[in-house]
Structure formats: structure tokens, C-alpha cells
Design a protein around this ligand. Structure first.
Ligand SMILES: Cc1cc2nc3c(=O)[nH]c(=O)nc-3n(C[C@H](O)[C@H](O)[C@H](O)COP(=O)(O)O)c2cc1C
Length: 371
């Protein structure tokens, strides 16, 4: 029935379908799924499994518990801006079904941090890990101050905080990824967090979310500056502004961030670059979250093999419906068994190159599908 509902909503305009899905999860309408345990400890947090719902689905923090009920091990709410803002005019969300992709240019439509915090405080029996993703208002004259304010306001409700400086839909936001700015932004978020949460051992770790569109040297510089400021991890990647030539769908020319299958290879490569950089730096215990075009266990396995501790997806859920979560996790578990591994972090520790990871994941996936 849920697969039917998911197929039916595919016929509606994309943003309407999205709003229905958020409403359903916020009000307890979701399929009953088996919770699959694949525990991961990283960043000082304990996750029931490594697959999370990426930011952008639940912008105002109303549906985190519904997402956990779908089987996700964690969910990231936001992006939340300090003050409410409407985002860009519609239409601003486009399905590219032939390409298994989506383009969005929402532009941080957010009810603001006060409403988001109230929503988070209303959760009665909190399940799963909840990350809070923060951003700057479009019209802000001091974007660094926005990260301070949002962190100060929301850190008390967050299991982790994500500093989002990689959305392509707020003009100039991605400039904050340059090494000169990134440190200021991250330091502002730390200041807000530390003022909000006095006890050092209760402070949520801070992650930085980066774009897939940076050359390798810029990625290293952004990572170095973030690490100097004390971040605990990176989410790689956000959506891309690139438009591969082989896109077929009617909406391929729309402006905004492209997500889903056309992003998968680039996000894997960027994650592998980041993982190799951390190894060179001998940076220990830095969390890597792989996101971008994950729609199968094979793709998930490849991200873990290059060094991801955790994974996130969004577009695959939007296009394929809620059962994708359990499917990926069940298959992932089967792949681990076929590979002779019983802990997710044993996959992470292999730290293969992107090419090796793809080959190995394809090999294990084939073994599982034959058995
Ligand atoms: C409709 C839509 C809205 C998004 N909004 C946000 C957002 O507000 N903040 C953010 O950090 N990422 C946002 N993202 C990016 C996703 O979190 C994710 O990084 C990206 O889509 C790649 O993963 P996917 O291919 O599995 O969707 C959004 C993505 C989509 C498709």
C-alpha cells in the first residue's frame, strides 16, 4: 500500500508530493518496517545503523521520528535559518525520472530557528540520532553571525550540528567554503554551541557539509581550515551545479542543485579524496558522512569502503518510496556477511580508492545476488 501511495504521489507536482510525505511522517503515517541493526559508534555518538535521511526533507524539524520509523539510523533536520524566510518562488523542485535525479532550488525555505526548536522540544520519546543543519538567511548582512545565532539557539536540541555552506541556491553561500571564510563560520558555530551548552561533554559535535563542485586542492584547504577550527567531521556531498551531458529528462536545464544518480560517481570520488586527505594528515576519529546519489546497497557499500563512517540519502527516498531504506540495509547486511565482516567500521577501515571500492562492492553484490 505504501509503495502504491508513493507511486500515486509521483503523479502530483513534486513539491506537493514532498509536502504530503512530510505531513504523513510528521503525523505517524508510515509503513511498519523491521528495524535493522548495524550499529556504528562514531563522533562520540551511537547509531543503530549507518544510513541517515539527508537534510532538506524535514526543513522545520517536524518529521524526525517518522523518518526513524522508516528504518533510518539517524536524520538531519534543516537547513534551518535564524529568521523565517520563504525561499525561492515555485516551481522550485523538479523530478528527472529518466535520470533518477531531482533538481531543487528551494533556497532555504525555513520557518526559522524558533519554530524548529519548539518542534524539536515537543518530541516526547526521542528515538534515533537527530542532526540539526544550520544556514544563513538570504538577506542577512552578516552571515557569520547567522551561524552563531542558529548554533546558539539549536545546539541544545541537537545530537550533532551541521554547518551548511554548500547549498547552491542561496547566492554567495558557497563562497563561505573558501579557507578565509570557513574558519570564521565554523568558529562562530562553535561559539554559539559552547554558550548554549555549558557542559563540555554534552556539546554536540560540529560537522561541515561541502559541495561536490570544488577542485581537489580547494577541498583540502576547506578541510584543513575546518579541522583547525575543531570540526569533528564532514558531509560529502551536497547537490551539484554541474549538468552532465547525458541527462535526458525534460527538466534537465532547470537551475538549482542536481541530486540522485548523476551525482553518485562525483560524490564517491570527493569522499575518497577527503578520506585520503585525512589519512595523510593522520587525523584520527574524524567522521565522514557519504551522501549523493546513494540508491542501492552496492553504492552504499562503496562509500563505506572508501572510508565513510555513515551514509545519507534523500533523492532515492523521494523517487522510490519508503521501502528503499530497509532494502538497502538488509542488502548491506547480506553483503557484509558475504565479505566476512560483522561490523560496519571494518568496512570503513579498508579505505580503498574509489575504483577499488566500486569493483569490490560490485563483486560482493554479485555474490549476494547469486546466493
Ligand atoms: C529537494 C532537496 C532539498 C534539499 N535541501 C537541503 C538543505 O536544505 N540543506 C542541505 O544541507 N542539503 C539539502 N539537500 C541536499 C541533500 O541533503 C543531499 O546532500 C543531496 O541531495 C545528495 O543526496 P541524494 O542524491 O541522496 O539526494 C537537498 C536535496 C534535495 C533533493
Amino acid at each position: 500500500m505504501w509503495q502504491f501511495a508513493a507511486r500515486w504521489t509521483q503523479k502530483l507536482p513534486a513539491e506537493t508530493a514532498h509536502n504530503i510525505a512530510v505531513f504523513a511522517l510528521a503525523h505517524g503515517f508510515s509503513p511498519i518496517v523491521d528495524q535493522i541493526l548495524l550499529p556504528v559508534k562514531t563522533g562520540g555518538l551511537s547509531f543503530d545503523n549507518p544510513l541517515g535521511l539527508a537534510a532538506g526533507f524535514d526543513k522545520n524539524a517536524v518529521a524526525s521520528q517518522g523518518a526513524i520509523r522508516l528504518g533510518f539510523g539517524f536524520t538531519e533536520v534543516g537547513t534551518i535559518t535564524p529568521r523565517p524566510q520563504a525561499g525561492n518562488p515555485g516551481p522550485r523542485l523538479f523530478r528527472l525520472p529518466e535520470d533518477e535525479a531531482v533538481i531543487n532550488r528551494f533556497g532555504f525555505n525555513s520557518k526559522g530557528m524558533e519554530i524548529a526548536r519548539n518542534n524539536l522540544r515537543k518530541i516526547a520519546h526521542r528515538q534515533g540520532i537527530i542532526g540539526v543543519n544550520i544556514g544563513a538567511n538570504k538577506a542577512s548582512t552578516d552571515r557569520v553571525a547567522d551561524y552563531y545565532q542558529a548554533a546558539a539557539y539549536l545546539a541544545g536540541e541537537a545530537d550533532y550540528l551541521t554547518v551548511n555552506i554548500s547549498s547552491p541556491n542561496t547566492p554567495g553561500l558557497r563562497d563561505l567554503q573558501h579557507e578565509g571564510h570557513i574558519k570564521q563560520v565554523v568558529q562562530a558555530a562553535f561559539k554559539g554551541r559552547d554558550e548554549a551548552v555549558g557542559q563540555p561533554d554534552k556539546r554536540p559535535p560540529v560537522f561541515v557539509k561541502l559541495a561536490p563542485d570544488m577542485p581537489e586542492a580547494d577541498l583540502w584547504r576547506a578541510m584543513d581550515a575546518s579541522l583547525e577550527a575543531g570540526v569533528s567531521g564532514f558531509i560529502l556531498t551536497n547537490t551539484t551545479i554541474a549538468r552532465p551531458e547525458n541527462l535526458h529528462s525534460q527538466h534537465r536545464g532547470e537551475a538549482g542543485g542536481l541530486s540522485g544518480q548523476p551525482l553518485t560517481q562525483r560524490s564517491l570520488v570527493v569522499l575518497a579524496m577527503a578520506s585520503a586527505h585525512l589519512q595523510r594528515l593522520k587525523a584520527k576519529d574524524i567522521v565522514l558522512i557519504g551522501a549523493g546519489g546513494i540508491a542501492s546497497a552496492e553504492q552504499a557499500y562503496a562509500r563505506l569502503l572508501v572510508g565513510a563512517n555513515l551514509l545519507q540519502l534523500y533523492t532515492a527516498l523521494a523517487l522510490q518510496g519508503p521501502y528503499i531504506v530497509g532494502q538497502i540495509l538488509r542488502q548491506l547486511k547480506a553483503m557484509m556477511i558475504a565479505d566476512g565482516l560483522d561490523q560496519v567500521n571494518q568496512i570503513t577501515q579498508k579505505r580503498l580508492s574509489a575504483d577499488q571500492a566500486l569493483l569490490h562492492a560490485a563483486h560482493i553484490s554479485k555474490i549476494v545476488s547469486k546466493s
